[in-house]
Design a protein around this ligand. Structure first.
Ligand SMILES: [Zn+2]
Length: 67
């Protein structure tokens, strides 16, 4: 499982003010879609993956597929 940094720890959802938790997230960035463990709001399900994290994830996956 791809590990992501927890720079989002202590964040709160801007909509419902719920604490962001790690959960299953279907992450999509351009043509790249993958279920990952990532920060999401347990109440409304909003996902908090930054574009930079997305780019990193995509690079990791490409390296795995290249082997
Ligand atoms: Zn929320």
């Amino acid at each position: 499982m791809t590990e992501m940094g927890k720079e989002w720890e202590g964040w709160y959802c801007f909509k419902c003010n719920e604490k962001i938790e790690e959960g299953g997230v279907l992450f999509s960035y351009l043509d790249f879609k993958r279920p990952i463990k990532g920060p999401r709001c347990p109440k409304c399900g909003a996902v908090f993956v930054s574009e930079e994290q997305g780019r990193k994830l995509r690079n990791i996956e490409e390296q795995i597929e290249d082997k």
